[in-house]
Structure formats: structure tokens, C-alpha cells
Design a protein around this ligand. Structure first.
Ligand code: ZN
Length: 198
């Protein structure tokens, strides 16, 4: 009888411990879930300033994809013929512009830059149809839409530049800088397969 009672008591203790562990676990999980939005809210700038270097490949074609595109005979048969040197120049420029824009954002993040504007390094009739020079975007826009980081297409001369509104407020008016986004809607962007021969 005594042994049976001790057995029941032990079983109850084990059950209590198990329930307690389960509760602690759930509270832990609850906290994790709860903490995520808190970090988002309080550390918004540290989060939006995550370099786009790793995620950009989700939005832009890779060098291999571009090479594959040019190896397609249909591409070479349309109005312009691209020599190997042309293709190699376009790919080199694509990679260089990608690096330039990403490092501009990384440098801006070190300085806490919140605004960037579009500038042209060379004549780019493809982009100027979509993006007038001087349109600005916020760092948060870039974080939310990494596809607004140039280059937008082969031979793209468009680039992002850091902008310090407080220091150059007059220039803003002179340059007629306008936001790139209206009511949060992403403007049209050129297709990467459009080619600006350089
Ligand atoms: Zn362009």
C-alpha cells in the first residue's frame, strides 16, 4: 500500500515536471515570436541597412544567365549582332555597375544615409524613359525592393548616389528631385534583356 502511494506520488511529480517543462518551452517560444516584431520596430534602421549583396541575386540575372542568353541564336539574329567582345564588355559592365551600386549603399549605410538619387554615368536612353535623373529613393525603399538597385539592363549607365537632404536642401529644389515611388507603387523598370550598346 505504502509502495503504491509512493509510486503514485512519484508519477504525479514526474507529470508536474513534464507540464512545467512544456509551459516553460511554450513561454520561450512565445517570447521569441513576440521579440521579432519588437526588434523590427526598435531596430528598423539596423535591419533595413542589411547589405543587399547576398539578396541581389534573387532580383538580378547572374553572369551565367546572361552568357546563356547570348548563346541563344535568336538573340543574335535580331537587328544587332553581338560579337564576343561586345558580350564580354556588356557582362563586365554589368558586374562593375552591380558592385558600384552595392558598395555605394554599403558606404552610405556606414554613414547613416537615408536617401539616394539616380544618376547617369553615360548615355542610357533605355533607363531615362523610366527613371528621370535625380529621382530619389529612401534606404527603406531599397530594402523593401532590391530590384530598384541599378543596373537594370545590359549596358545600363544608371547608378544610385548617396544624398544628404539636410545639407543640400536647395539643390533638391533646383534639381527638381521627385520620389521614385508614388503611394508605395513601384514604377515600371526596364527588362534586363534590353541592350544599350556600350
Ligand atoms: Zn539603364
Amino acid at each position: 500500500m505504502v509502495l503504491a502511494l509512493i509510486g503514485i506520488a512519484l508519477l504525479l511529480i514526474i507529470l508536474l515536471i513534464a507540464v512545467r517543462m512544456e509551459i516553460t518551452n511554450n513561454v520561450g517560444k512565445g517570447n521569441e515570436e513576440y521579440q521579432t516584431p519588437l526588434i523590427n520596430a526598435s531596430g528598423i534602421y539596423s535591419i533595413i541597412r542589411k547589405t543587399p549583396r547576398e539578396s541581389i541575386s534573387d532580383y538580378k540575372p547572374s553572369q551565367e544567365e546572361i552568357i546563356k542568353y547570348f548563346s541563344n541564336k535568336n538573340v543574335n539574329s535580331i537587328d544587332l549582332l553581338f560579337s564576343e567582345a561586345d558580350v564580354s564588355a556588356l557582362i563586365k559592365s554589368w558586374n562593375a555597375q552591380m558592385e558600384l551600386n552595392i558598395s555605394e549603399i554599403e558606404k552610405g549605410d556606414l554613414r547613416g544615409i537615408e536617401f539616394y538619387y539616380y544618376e547617369y554615368m553615360w548615355n542610357d536612353p533605355i533607363c531615362t524613359k523610366y527613371i528621370p535623373k535625380g529621382r530619389f529613393v529612401t534606404r527603406e525603399d531599397i530594402y523593401n525592393h532590391p530590384n530598384i538597385i541599378p543596373p537594370f539592363h545590359l549596358g545600363c549607365g544608371c547608378c544610385l548616389k548617396q544624398y544628404e537632404t539636410k545639407e543640400k536642401l536647395n539643390d533638391t529644389t533646383e534639381m527638381r528631385m521627385l520620389p521614385f515611388f508614388y503611394n508605395g507603387v513601384l514604377p515600371m523598370l526596364p527588362d534586363w534583356k534590353e541592350i544599350n550598346k556600350i
